[in-house]
Ligand binder design. Structure first.
Ligand SMILES: *[C@@H]1O[C@H](CO)[C@@H](O)[C@H](O)[C@H]1NC(C)=O
Ligand SMILES: *[C@@H]1O[C@H](CO)[C@@H](O)[C@H](O)[C@H]1NC(C)=O
Length: 357
């Protein structure tokens, strides 16, 4: 069977990589060889989860900072809020996703496409066929790695396990059916279809929605470690759909710096204002990060110099022109004392910035 120690090491290595201060010295680097086969995938998967977290929260007050990415309940902070829920779900999803993809690509000897249903009727006019991504494999292995980090029996451990599961469900629920037509010159009289993973970005958007609707359960007050309270915890969590994110605590005020919690606050953060490609959420980022947090927006102009109009000269040189472009960026700054009124005031600051590409 598995040694929990070896599972922890792999996760700790991931965490150490992200600037955590945990020590791996206390754990023995031993364990079944089978686990070493998957460890690089698990590490890559956890990392892709964190990268997706940073993408999804780039314009939120909480922007998935490294300090809060301590996965298990061993962490000193042991927060149990909505953001903790998201971190667990996206990490767990990342691990399952990567293992599944590795499997389809033939990276593991013991696993390949899921062809268990091939040849069977899937729906009207189509049969299962081709190479379905083997999520069953990804789910089973990722579960063993990620869930093994929760050794406690308290409400926080139960919450983490629930959200790990929600992450795995997200990978499954975003899968797409892809089909291929058969028949005389594309007549498509029959089709074969298979199940394919979506882009991981889709899983990120899916889980961000779940984050917005996360459910709060009240289990921390007066919860002891008795069999009765463990029973109550199990009962509560089993009554909530496995697809939903769950949290126990409210989030702190992310506008404010709080060193104890490792939070930087939104002062100094960049926000977005103009641009055709911005969505609604991004367009409101200056209000959300600065204005609503009692900060002013500062406009900073910068001249960017970059290489452009490059031409290839025979032989062998590339000659470029230097193009100058003025870019405007916006940042949250403390309000000056005089301009106490009017949160929408934009201060301007010109800076010269040279940047070579
Ligand atoms: C699985 O895929 C990830 C990312 O694509 C890669 O970094 C890792 O090395 C792969 N694992 C194996 C065992 O091939
Ligand atoms: C930081 O957060 C803790 C826990 O929520 C709270 O007790 C404390 O007052 C906060 N500190 C500041 C400076 O806001």
């Amino acid at each position: 069977m598995l040694y929990i120690g070896s599972l922890l090491i792999i996760f700790l290595l991931v965490l150490v990589h992200f600037g955590n201060t945990w020590s791996v010295n206390n754990f023995l680097m031993t364990g079944p060889k089978a686990y070493l086969i998957y460890s690089s995938s698990v590490a890559a998967g956890a990392q892709s989860g964190i990268e997706e977290c940073k993408y999804q929260f780039a314009w939120d007050r909480w922007n998935c900072p490294e300090r809060t990415l301590q996965l298990s309940s061993h962490s000193g902070l042991r927060s149990a809020n909505r953001e903790t829920a998201f971190v667990h779900a996206i990490s767990s999803a990342g691990v399952m996703y990567t293992l599944t993809r590795n499997c389809s690509l033939g990276d593991f000897d013991n696993c390949g496409c899921d062809d268990s249903r091939n040849g069977q009727l899937g729906g009207q006019g189509w049969l299962w066929g081709g190479c379905s991504d083997n999520v069953g494999f990804g789910e089973a292995i990722s579960k063993q790695f990620v869930d093994a980090l929760e050794t406690g029996q308290d409400a926080r451990a139960a919450m983490n396990l629930h959200n790990n599961e929600a992450g795995r469900k997200a990978v499954q629920n975003t899968m797409k059916t892809t089909c291929k037509c058969h028949g005389v010159s594309g007549s498509c009289t029959t089709q074969t279809c298979w199940l394919q993973l979506s882009e991981f970005r889709e899983v990120g958007y899916y889980l961000k929605e779940k984050y917005n609707k996360a459910l709060k359960v009240d289990l921390l007050q007066g919860a002891g470690n008795s069999a009765a309270s463990r029973g109550a915890i199990a009962e509560t969590f089993s009554s909530i759909s496995k697809e939903e994110l769950v949290h126990l605590e409210d989030s702190p005020d992310y506008c404010l710096e709080n060193k104890t919690l490792g939070l930087q606050g939104t002062e100094g953060r960049e926000c977005l204002k103009r641009g055709k490609t911005l969505n609604k959420w991004e367009k409101r980022s200056c209000k959300r990060l600065c204005g609503d947090c009692g900060l002013a927006v500062e406009e900073r102009r910068a001249d960017m110099v970059s290489s452009c109009n490059c031409k290839f000269h025979w032989c062998c040189a590339v000659k470029c022109e230097q193009c100058r472009k003025s870019v405007t960026k916006y940042f949250c700054v403390k309000k000056a004392k005089r301009e106490r009124s009017g949160g929408g005031i934009t201060r301007k600051k010109e800076t010269k910035l040279k940047k070579k590409f």
